[in-house]
Design a protein. Structure first.
Length: 146
């Protein structure tokens, strides 16, 4: 057999992929993959909603009794919620750098989670302000005692 008689390996692999797709094997696999990803996203969204409920409960306790323990719990929950929601809602793609600055593109992956994040942060503005004032007062007390 001459080298010119055989097909390049890239052409053969493309033909094989087309053959699998035409027979339906790949589409069954992708359907199952999409179904499993959908289940995982539903589970993640439910855990985010549970975290939101815990955050609102902690905010209520902070308003009723602004103690250091309630403040610490609220700050931890709001940080965890924001980190989890942003990782689910947004994707960052690095586009390179320009004069010492990194450039990137932020795109919204999940609009529902993005909207949930916005609503929770707007609803928690007063509580965040309380937490900031408590932290400021705590800092002043530490400065005065030093």
């Amino acid at each position: 057999m001459k080298i010119t008689d055989s097909q390049p390996s890239t052409i053969r692999s493309r033909e094989n992929r087309r053959g699998v797709t035409q027979r339906g094997g790949a589409s069954i696999f992708f359907d199952e993959l999409n179904r499993q990803e959908g289940k995982q996203q539903d589970t993640e969204k439910q855990s985010l909603k549970d975290l939101r409920d815990k955050l609102f409960d902690a905010g209520d306790r902070l308003e009723q009794e602004p103690s250091p323990a309630n403040l610490a719990e609220f700050r931890e929950l709001i940080g965890t919620f924001a980190k989890k929601a942003t990782s689910m809602a947004y994707r960052f793609e690095s586009m390179g750098s320009y004069i010492g600055s990194n450039l990137g593109l932020v795109s919204v992956i999940d609009k529902e989670v993005d909207e949930l994040l916005r609503l929770v942060m707007q609803g928690q503005q007063a509580r965040i302000a309380i937490a900031a004032k408590i932290s400021t007062i705590k800092g002043l007390i530490i400065k005065l005692s030093a």
